[in-house]
Ligand binder design. Structure first.
Ligand SMILES: [Zn+2]
Length: 228
């Protein structure tokens, strides 16, 4: 793996930080979000945005975003659960925002020189802050937190470990989700995957999870084809 630190130029002619693209983490509980007040010396300094930075080669967006949030704000990765992705693709360079909900006590603070402060803000106050250009453009895609997506798998679909790993890591494109699944403004949802040993437990698990989130069931490999 090589470092992605460096400047590059996208297909639109902008200069961007991150040779392999960049990723950021938006922690949200649906009412408040964690934002970083960027240090004055940084690119577009003295603005507010998400924790994040350059992706290393071979580093998926979630891994990069959690690593950067740990470096910049001492965030404990296990204290958040990534629920979806919003990718802003410029051609040759992209910024992926990982939207995550807190599952532990998230008390971020500025942990290195890249931040003046890192703290929770009410969602309704975000538009009143001086925002980093990239975050400002993405914000309306990010502010509606979708309910957790559960992928309940049984039958032969449960044996396709390679594809299930890919779905866990890269998520499911919004356009490929069944109708009725709400993704907010995100273009991918990251499913929590439950592999069940038989069709009865698949149905029971799907029924139980539908009380706490959105559920997609896959039984045949063809069901996974539709999601991949
Ligand atoms: Zn660009």
């Amino acid at each position: 793996m090589t470092s992605g630190d460096g400047w590059t130029t996208c297909a639109r002619g902008h200069r961007h930080w991150g040779l392999y693209g960049a990723a950021g983490l938006l922690i949200t509980d649906g009412a408040n979000v964690v934002l970083q007040h960027r240090a004055p010396w940084t690119h577009e300094g003295d603005t507010w945005g998400v924790l994040g930075g350059a992706r290393n080669s071979d580093e998926d967006a979630v891994t990069a975003a959690l690593r950067e949030a740990n470096e910049e704000a001492d965030l404990v990765p296990d204290d958040v659960l990534p629920v979806g992705l919003y990718e802003d693709d410029h051609g040759g360079w992209s910024y992926t925002t990982v939207v995550a909900r807190p599952v532990g006590a998230v008390r971020p603070h500025a942990a290195n020189a890249e931040s003046v402060s890192v703290r929770w803000h009410p969602i309704d106050e975000v538009d009143g802050l001086p925002l980093h250009t990239g975050f400002a453009a993405a914000w309306h895609h990010l502010r509606a937190l979708p309910a957790q997506l559960y992928l309940v798998v049984g039958g032969e679909a449960g044996e396709d470990n390679a594809r299930l790993d890919t779905l866990r890591r890269d998520g499911i494109r919004t356009a490929q989700l069944p109708s009725g699944i709400e993704a907010g403004g995100l273009n991918r949802l990251l499913p929590a995957v439950f592999v069940c040993p038989d069709l009865t437990s698949t149905a029971d698990t799907a029924s139980a999870l539908s009380a706490v989130g959105q559920v997609v069931v896959a039984i045949d490999r063809a069901d996974l084809d539709l999601l991949s």
